[in-house]
Ligand binder design. Structure first.
Ligand code: PMP
Length: 410
């Protein structure tokens, strides 16, 4: 929208003023991690300056302050995702730990040799490997929803995979390698009709698409703070309350227990049951500040702005001779993936860095989808709401130059 003031937003992010090799930084590696607004940096500094204490465990003033700050952050997450209760919000180290938590608890208890788990061809390794590790011990089958050559999930093939043995469908909301937005609600509804539970990986969707868990209705939803302008080392597992309370704990230790005897220990209900030991208190508080910041701008406005910017970038990039776009799904968010004819992806990354442009090159921890489309790696610019049309122009102009020079020297 015209009210979307990208220049005001950019002023909130001090690192965007950073100079790289004499050029102003152009951060287009948002799918790997996002930059942090001053309010998040200040919130963490304030925590350590005025509030720092362990939580839940002392009568003193600072314990009350830190506990309030931590639980306030949980409440912000609950509102942001439209969860029913703060008891459904478990803080983890990130998406990876949240998926491993579900595999080690719910998966451990509910998956056996007759069972099947459905993943999609788009998954990040974080939503493949934990299930493979568990499958080795439990003997269940892993099935994969295929994609077409543009990177769209084939829902009609998914329907054929569902059967009475399907216990879990675990899939990503947005592909980190291609940007495909999956038809999450349909996939979830179909899974539930088949009696399966659903884990939705929101690592790449939370910062681009408004999440309403009451509408989407997954059983588990996971994301990382660092992908939504918050700190690293903090993330979220959402689980439906009755489900979380029915499954065994993840790690044992302090904070997660009600009563410990050598003969028998009883556990707290969720979320404490899953938060053993001293967690990442300050960064949880920082994540709360990040989500408040995003709420202040509003995801509908962000989504609209980014969608237009992505279309602009796609149109320009398509016109560059020698560029092959990888993944041209009907619905996409944030990510462009491409290769240049005759020039290695690494060389493109290095040449872009020479003028201050940060993109990811490689397999993006999503080897199965790149291989499905015939690639081992790609160049991946990924946008956030602080990127501008001018930055896209510089990116595309630089790629044109690389192509031009590459004919001679690369
Ligand atoms: N899933 C997806 C779709 C991702 O993009 C990522 C991060 N690249 C992850 C999972 C893993 O997130 P983290 O490394 O923060 O645990």
């Amino acid at each position: 929208t015209s009210e979307f003031d990208v220049h005001a937003i950019r002023n909130d992010f001090p690192i965007l003023r950073e100079s790289i090799r004499g050029h102003q930084l152009i951060w287009l590696d948002n799918a790997a991690t996002t930059q942090k607004p001053q309010v998040v940096i200040d919130r963490i500094a304030n925590f350590y300056t005025h509030e720092n204490s362990n939580i839940h465990r002392a009568a003193h003033e600072l314990a009350a302050r830190s506990t309030d700050a931590y639980e306030d952050a949980r409440n912000v997450v609950k509102d942001f995702l439209h969860a029913r209760s703060v008891n459904e919000i478990v803080f983890t180290r990130g998406t990876t730990e949240a998926i491993n938590l579900v595999a080690s608890t719910w998966g451990e208890e509910n998956l056996g040799p007759q069972d099947e788990v459905i993943l999609s061809n788009l998954e990040h390794h974080a939503n493949i490997v934990p299930w493979q590790l568990l499958s080795k011990r439990k003997g269940f089958k892993i099935r994969v929803i295929p994609v077409d050559d543009d990177g769209n999930l084939l829902v009609e093939e998914y329907v054929k995979l569902l059967n009475l043995n399907t216990k879990l469908v675990a899939f990503t909301h947005v592909s980190n390698a291609l940007g495909t937005v999956t038809p999450a609600k349909r996939i979830i509804d179909l899974a539930h009709q088949a009696g399966a539970k659903v884990l939705l990986d929101g690592a790449q969707s939370v910062s681009h698409i408004a999440i309403d868990l009451q509408d989407l209705n997954p059983d588990f939803f996971v994301f990382s703070g660092h992908k939504i302008f918050g700190p690293t080392g903090i993330g979220v597992l959402y689980g439906k309350e009755e489900l979380l309370n029915a499954i065994p704990p993840y790690q044992g230790g302090g904070n997660m227990i009600k009563d410990v005897r050598f003969e028998h220990t009883t556990f707290h209900d969720a979320p404490n049951k899953f938060e053993a030991g001293t967690g990442n208190i300050a960064d949880a508080v920082g994540l709360g500040a990040a989500l408040r910041y995003v709420q202040g701008i509003g995801l509908p406005a962000i989504c609209q702005y980014e969608h237009e910017l992505l279309q602009y970038a796609t149109k320009l990039l398509r016109q560059v001779p020698g560029v092959t776009l990888i993944g041209t799904a009907r619905e996409k968010a944030s990510v462009l993936s491409f290769t240049l004819k005759g020039i290695s992806n690494e060389a493109v990354g290095v040449a872009l860095n020479d003028v201050g442009i940060a993109v990811r090159t490689g397999h993006h921890c999503a080897q199965p989808i790149l291989r499905r489309l015939g690639y081992e790696s790609s160049v991946r610019p990924s946008i956030a709401f602080y990127n501008t049309h001018r930055e896209i122009d510089i990116l595309v102009n630089t790629i044109e130059k690389i192509v031009w020079q590459g004919r001679r020297s690369y």
